[in-house]
Design a protein around this ligand. Structure first.
Ligand code: XLS
Ligand code: MG
Ligand code: MG
Length: 416
């Protein structure tokens, strides 16, 4: 192959994207509760060891491009769109009204707003620092996000505490920090009740998001389970308004089974919102597009959510890789992430109605003949052969994932 001239590279990418096939229409994509975060599309590829690889891009263009793709919902941090210096002042409302216009021009809804409590130097000691001044500022910021959320028509507020933790142990008292963090969440919920009543809107669903490490060395609320414990700790004044926003990769990062973590949140009635992406166990927060690393696990996650009627947002909290150009972000990264999600979601529906999975699952649940309860050997024998169905079900799931259940086979030439 001859070198590809620079001015022909985009055309090559587009041609190969088309050749991949299987893309859903924007109208189909809009039927799903999929949200595109401002920060995901605006991510320039920078990190501690990485210079940016893409130019800056603002919310007007991102909302327009999401709309073209068929991503019907948009989410943002306060500081993704409003400079820190004018947050909480009159000056922010001019930007908020430009956002409203961009959303309505393109038929996109704001689903979620979130407060950045990790980037600015004010959060160096965390959002629940010892200094009362920092903590008052944190309250101002989360209350202000509630105001902005109502103004933009959002239904969810997410809190990833970010720097709630420490680098060196012993300086902070964890119990105080957690109490102070609860004060901020309480301030947001109180404000929400007032604003919702004034605007005649429902209150927001407040969702806590955990991450086991980054950006602190030690994190005080590292897992979704820790968040659930925090919600029921008695520190929150309105725990019924607060649930969780698990992020798939954040659970994988500490070695959890994301599906089991989601199941625990479902049982607690607290699975409000879900950040979808992919990555590797026990590694840092690589935020890869959904389904690119663990498609089988993703299929299983969606089977669980479908069978339990989860109807909250699926938020594309991933980062287009540094190797993807600005053109590629909207031409390849977002449409393919959305389409992989839709495919896996529909495939999960196929799993739930698959006659083999169903009969095997039902058989396991009904079990073998009744045996004397006190007799372990008899109870074992009564169910012994049925247990092979565990592996059979797993095989069937792989068949469905790979399309083998629809007759896809490989003919292996004899003699090789
Ligand atoms: C960072 C988090 C962040 C939250 C929102 O790791 O995933 O993007 O989802 O602040
Ligand atoms: Mg997230
Ligand atoms: Mg992440």
């Amino acid at each position: 192959m001859a070198p590809i001239p620079e001015n022909q590279q985009q055309a090559l990418v587009s041609r190969l994207m088309k050749a991949c096939g299987g893309a859903y229409t924007p109208e189909t994509r809009r039927k799903y509760f999929i949200s595109g975060p401002q920060w995901a599309a605006a991510y320039q590829g920078q990190a501690l060891f990485h210079a940016p690889t893409r130019p800056a891009i603002g919310f007007e263009e991102i909302i327009r491009r999401y709309a073209d793709i068929g991503i019907g919902y948009w989410a943002t941090h306060d500081t993704d769109v409003i400079p820190t210096e004018i947050l909480g002042t009159e000056g922010q409302w001019e930007i908020v009204s430009r956002i409203r216009k961009a959303l309505s021009d393109h038929g996109v809804h704001c689903s979620m707003v979130t407060t950045e409590t990790f980037y600015h130097a004010v959060w160096a000691a965390g959002p629940a620092a010892e200094s009362p001044g920092v903590r008052e500022y944190a309250k101002l910021r989360v209350r202000n996000t509630v105001d902005i959320g109502h103004e933009l028509g959002a239904s969810f507020a997410v809190y990833w505490p970010g720097s709630l933790g420490y680098f060196v142990q012993g300086a902070i008292d964890e119990t105080s920090s957690l109490r102070w963090y609860a004060d901020a969440i309480n301030a947001a919920c109180d404000r929400d009740v007032d604003v919702a009543a004034r605007k005649n809107r429902p209150t927001l669903k407040h969702c806590l998001e955990a991450k086991p490490f980054e950006p602190q060395a030690e994190i005080l609320l590292p897992t979704t389970d820790a968040m659930l414990a925090f919600i029921s700790s008695g520190l929150l004044t309105r725990p019924e308004m607060v649930g969780v926003n698990p992020e798939y990769l954040h659970e994988l990062m500490w070695g959890a089974a994301p599906r089991a973590a989601l199941a625990r949140a479902l049982l607690a009635g607290k699975l409000f919102h879900f950040d979808i992406n992919d990555g590797y166990r026990l590694k840092h927060d690589v935020d890869i597009g959904v389904g690119l690393v663990n498609p089988l696990d993703w299929l299983n996650v969606l089977v669980l959510l479908r069978s339990h009627g989860y109807n909250g947002p699926f938020n594309l909290d991933y980062k287009p890789p540094r190797t993807t150009s600005q053109f590629g972000v909207f031409e390849v990264s977002f449409p393919t992430a959305v389409d992989r999600f839709i495919t896996l979601w529909e495939m999960a529906g196929e799993v739930l109605s698959d006659p083999i999975v169903k009969e095997a699952t039902d058989a396991l649940k009904v079990g073998g003949p009744k045996a004397p309860t006190h007799d372990a050997a008899a109870v074992t024998a009564a169910n012994y052969e049925l247990l092979t169905l565990h592996e059979l079900i797993a095989h069937r799931l792989v068949q469905i994932l790979l399309g083998l259940h629809r007759g896809r086979v490989f003919s292996i030439p004899s003699g090789t």
